[in-house]
Design a protein around this ligand. Structure first.
Ligand SMILES: NC(=O)c1ccc[n+]([C@@H]2O[C@H](COP(=O)([O-])OP(=O)(O)OC[C@H]3O[C@@H](n4cnc5c(N)ncnc54)[C@H](OP(=O)(O)O)[C@@H]3O)[C@@H](O)[C@H]2O)c1
Length: 319
């Protein structure tokens, strides 16, 4: 198979490194450059060999057909514009170009909901990790008009520490994180809320989202628990998800409760549903698990790159 040349900006970070590993195992892609900032010049070990990371300004951008940007938000938008001006397609993993963060109308790569807009798209904004877990779990109820109008949907979610990136931070030291569990960004102000609100609005939702993230003392994985007031409890609890996600290779609807171990290093979201009993308002509990670095970042970015490049959507992805 002819391999399409691609590059990764931010390859020394957690998301960028995961991307490089997936590209190395992808039968249709060839990694032609990988960049780092402070770690420029270091070797990046990959299953297929190793490569030296170059500074972003030294990347041979014109050699790539598509560039992934795994740069921090704030730094990414400028590089995305530079790459686009030079010609290559871009999948941007940062929040800079996601809905609610920019006035530009950039296709939002929540693949299962938006794939018609992603085919052949020259620029795609890859979703955040929490929004991937939460929106894919909630969307069927919103789209099918089953959420109680005006309701508050509570999303409590916990992420492993790779969700915070690999820049040194005192609050991410092993001694602070291990054998510990805490909420952060409380008060419904997390930076993932704008893209979630925008997407829920676009799906026709009339609801408030109350999102509280937590820090889990593991390397990778997100588990989200959604409390959703509904108009009525479906006779078959999973029917709305089966209707929405028939034949989706990366969505697993399960009867047992999902856990992060079920989805580690896999490009899947695993969803289960229960009825909350003893409440006056009919309410569903929806559980969703992903690997934040795969379905929540690099894996979904490959799904989107495949669509942008006209390749089979699932090519090169661990199911
Ligand atoms: N981690 C996740 O679970 C996750 C999930 C979804 C989306 N994302 C998004 O993906 C992006 C990368 O996240 P991450 O967790 O991988 O972050 P990270 O571990 O902190 O990595 C950031 C990368 O960007 C480079 N970099 C930092 N500042 C730069 C600058 N000013 N110019 C050029 N390069 C610069 C770093 O290089 P050096 O280290 O060499 O300085 C590193 O390669 C972020 O926008 C994040 O929001 C992350």
């Amino acid at each position: 198979m002819h391999r399409i040349p691609v590059g990764v900006l931010g390859a020394s970070g957690y998301a960028g490194r995961e991307l490089c590993t997936l590209i190395a195992g992808h039968p249709g892609l060839d990694l032609v450059f990988a960049t780092a900032n402070e770690r420029r010049g270091e070797r990046l070990a990959l299953p297929t060999g190793s490569l030296t990371m170059v500074g972003t300004e030294d990347a041979p951008i014109g050699q790539a057909t598509l560039v992934f940007s795994a740069l921090p938000h704030g730094a990414s938008a400028e590089w995305v514009a530079r790459v686009r001006a030079a010609g290559p397609r871009v999948v941007d993993l940062s929040s800079d170009l996601r809905p609610g963060h920019t006035a530009q109308d950039v296709p939002y790569g929540l693949t299962e909901l938006h794939r018609d807009r992603l085919r052949d798209a020259p620029l795609i904004a890859n979703p955040g990790c929490y929004p991937t877990a939460i929106l894919l779990a909630l969307a069927p109820l919103v789209r099918q008009g089953l959420v109680e109008p005006g309701a508050t949907v509570v999303a409590d979610a916990a992420s492993g520490v790779t969700g915070a990136g690999n820049s040194p931070r005192a609050d991410m030291l092993f001694g602070e994180v291990t054998e510990n569990f805490r909420a952060y960004a409380v008060g419904n102000e997390h930076r993932h809320l704008p893209e979630m609100r925008a997407t829920i609005g676009e799906l026709g939702g009339d609801l408030d989202l109350l999102f509280t993230p937590h820090l889990l003392p593991v390397a990778r994985g997100i588990l989200a628990t959604l409390t959703v007031p509904v108009t009525s409890i479906p006779a078959d609890l999973m029917a709305p998800w089966r209707l929405a996600y028939a034949n989706e290779p990366f969505i697993e609807l399960v009867t047992e409760l999902p856990s992060i171990r079920d989805v580690a290093r896999r490009n899947v979201v695993r969803i289960a549903v229960r009825e909350a009993r003893g409440l006056r308002q009919p309410t569903l509990l929806v559980f969703s698990a992903i690997d934040n670095l795969v379905k929540g970042a690099a894996g979904q970015a490959i799904q989107n790159a495949n669509l942008s490049l006209g390749l089979p959507e699932a090519l090169g992805l661990p199911a």
